[in-house]
Each structure stands twice: as structure tokens, then as C-alpha cells.
Design a binder for this molecule. Structure first.
Ligand SMILES: Cc1ncc(COP(=O)(O)O)c(C=O)c1O
Length: 340
């Protein structure tokens, strides 16, 4: 961020043609590397909402008019298609029997030959449960549908090899486990799909000849930049490059190891304190989101903040999210406040 501000003072927007342009290319490559994808499979976006709106615009819904999602997914995903209901799109929401995860069998039952897309999460934002996205992709493909995964709550804390999973599209970004802050995300599009898809929501960054400024025609990029829109926030790009450097230096598998230990410890302490944490029963399916049921979570979040513990509130729960920079003493301090 300091580097960005220094450049903004010294050069203003003239940094555009060299440093900024290179920063965008570096970020596409960096995002790709963290999920095992190539830079040509990565489009930069401002939010999951903008990324999914472009993705939603590439699909032909004439014969396949259904989109399957789940009750535990972050709702901005469903909104892309709920907004298209007047155009005949049907959104099928698969419910969660325990409020923690969604059985893949229930998703399999909802998908049929009229399904265009299965859109769901890797890690559920209100439970931390890790979903088997390889199985979900297989279910979608068995019916000729595509599979989109919102991995905003997983990339950076849970290892992802996107080609191994077989998913067609995947989103993640700076605001959560990649330490980049708001305003910058990526959309992965499987390499062999890129040139088959043409967006109907677009902008000048999708145009291979963008600096010819020709309003008569779009020459689509042959790589995933064809799914981009307009000028990215370069301040957010620089923040994300810094965050990615930290994640790359440690490595996601090492992060995962430390975080699993912290999460198990936090769940144990919360359980002992009688706080009944709502988490997946199988420890392997737990990411670093630990939900503590509470009648007034906003008040608890304020009490934690007063002790310099940053947590968040979701309906009926306090959300604790230990990461690699935490230590078990942080867990002790948080639980002490929540039980008093
Ligand atoms: C899983 C998940 N997806 C998406 C978002 C946010 O979407 P957007 O980038 O459109 O604000 C969040 C939370 O901020 C989230 O937890």
C-alpha cells in the first residue's frame, strides 16, 4: 500500500502504462499459482458479485434453465440468478438438514438434465464446513451441467488444486484468507472452456484491442481476461500482491496445519466452557470458522473488540476465525470473554 501511495504521489496515473499494467499481470499469475491454475485462466474482478454476474452472462439458458445452489452459500451467488427469474431462470436451493453442511446426495437429487449450473461453496461462510467440491463437480458434469465454486472462504487457508477438483469456475479474493483486503477478487475459468464462452456483460478490459478505443467492435481476449470489466482498483491490487507474498512464503499446506491445530483447540475450549460450538463433526471437514451460538452476537463482538479480539457476528452466532498468526493464548482469551 505504501508503494502504491508513493507512486500515486510521484507519478499519478502515468504509472498506468508500466508498473500498474505489470502489477495486474503479476496478480493474475499469483492468484493462479495459489490454486494451481495458469494466468490465462484468471480474470480479475472487484467482487464475487461482479465476477458471477459476468459468468452468469456467458450461459445459454434456453434448454437448461435451472441453477442449483444451497441454503448455506453466500447469498450474492444466488442473487445473480434470482435476478434473472423474470427471464425464466429457475433457482433450486438445496436445504441443509443440520445447518452445518449439505449432503452431496441432496445436491445429486436436485441436479437434472435441465440444470445449467451448480453454484456452491468450498467452505460455508456460516459454519466453516468444507464441501467436497470434486464430488459436486462430478454430479454437475454427469448431467452435462457446469460447476461454479465460491471459494472465498477457503483459498489461502485450505489447499486447492483447481484442475484436480474438475470445477469449471471458481472465485476467491483478497478480503478473507489471502490477506488482500476488499475490492479485489479473481474468477478462474477452466482453460478449455474460456474460448467457448462469450459474455453479454462486459467492459473494455475484455477487449484484446482495448487501446484502439474502437466502439464498433469487441475483439475478445483469447484468455480469461475476456471475463473482465473495467479498470481495477490499483490500491487493492497492490494490497493483494502484498498479502499473496505472505501466503506464498508460508505455503497454504503449512497454514492449514497450524490452523487445524488452532481450530481443534478452540472447539475443545469452547465445548469445555459449555458454549456448544456449531461445527462439522468430522475434524477433517473443519476450516477456520468456529461458530459460537449466542443470543446477542453483536454485543459479544463489541466485548471481544474491547479486548482487541476481532470477531464477527452472524445471525445467532459469534464467528471466530483463527489464522496462522494466532496462538492458543488468543483462544483462551476469546473463550474467557464469551463465557463470562
Ligand atoms: C463465501 C463468500 N462469498 C462472497 C462474499 C462477498 O461477496 P462480494 O465479493 O460480492 O462482496 C463473502 C463475504 O464477504 C463470502 O463469505
Amino acid at each position: 500500500m505504501a508503494e502504491y501511495l508513493g507512486m500515486w504521489h510521484a507519478r499519478g496515473a502515468s504509472a498506468w502504462y508500466d508498473v500498474w499494467w505489470e502489477a495486474l499481470a503479476e496478480l493474475r499469475a499469483g492468484y493462479g499459482a495459489v490454486i494451481g491454475a495458469g494466468p490465462s485462466e484468471i480474470a480479475l474482478h472487484a467482487s464475487v458479485s461482479t465476477a458471477t454476474s459476468v459468468l452468469a452472462s456467458t450461459i445459454d439458458y434456453d434448454r437448461r434453465y435451472k441453477v442449483v445452489t444451497t441454503a448455506l452459500d453466500f447469498p450474492t451467488v444466488a442473487y445473480q440468478w434470482l435476478a434473472k427469474r423474470p427471464a425464466g431462470i429457475e433457482v433450486v436451493v438445496v436445504e441443509s438438514p443440520d445447518g452445518i453442511s449439505v449432503p452431496v446426495e441432496a445436491i445429486a437429487e436436485a441436479v437434472d438434465d435441465r440444470t445449467a449450473l451448480v453454484a456452491t461453496s468450498h467452505v460455508f461462510f456460516t459454519t466453516g464446513a468444507i464441501q467436497d467440491i470434486t464430488a459436486v463437480a462430478q454430479i454437475a458434469h454427469a448431467h452435462g451441467a457446469l460447476c461454479f465454486v465460491d471459494a472465498y472462504q477457503s483459498v489461502g487457508q485450505v489447499p486447492v488444486d483447481v484442475h484436480d477438483t474438475g470445477v469449471d469456475f471458481l472465485c476467491a479474493g483478497g478480503l478473507k484468507w489471502l490477506l488482500g483486503g476488499p475490492g479485489i477478487v479473481f474468477l478462474y475459468v477452466r482453460g478449455d472452456l474460456v474460448q467457448q464462452l462469450v459474455p453479454t456483460v462486459s467492459g473494455w478490459f475484455a477487449n484484446e484491442r482495448q487501446f484502439e478505443f474502437d466502439p464498433h467492435e469487441i475483439q475478445w481476449h483469447s484468455d480469461a481476461r475476456r471475463f473482465e470489466l473495467g479498470t481495477p482498483s490499483l490500491a487493492a491490487v497492490f494490497a493483494q500482491l502484498g498479502g499473496l507474498e505472505i501466503i506464498r512464503e508460508i505455503g497454504v499446506p503449512a497454514v492449514r496445519q497450524v490452523v487445524r491445530d488452532l481450530v481443534d483447540d478452540l472447539i475443545m475450549r469452547a465445548t469445555e466452557a459449555g458454549l456448544r460450538p456449531k461445527v462439522a463433526s468430522d475434524p477433517k471437514q473443519r476450516a477456520a470458522i468456529v461458530m459460537i451460538p449466542n443470543a446477542d452476537p453483536a454485543n459479544q463482538v463489541r466485548r471481544l473488540a474491547a479486548a482487541s479480539i476481532i470477531a464477527d457476528a452472524r445471525p445467532g452466532h459469534v464467528r471466530l476465525s483463527p489464522f496462522f498468526y494466532n496462538i492458543k493464548e488468543d483462544n483462551v482469551a476469546a473463550i474467557e470473554i464469551l463465557k463470562s
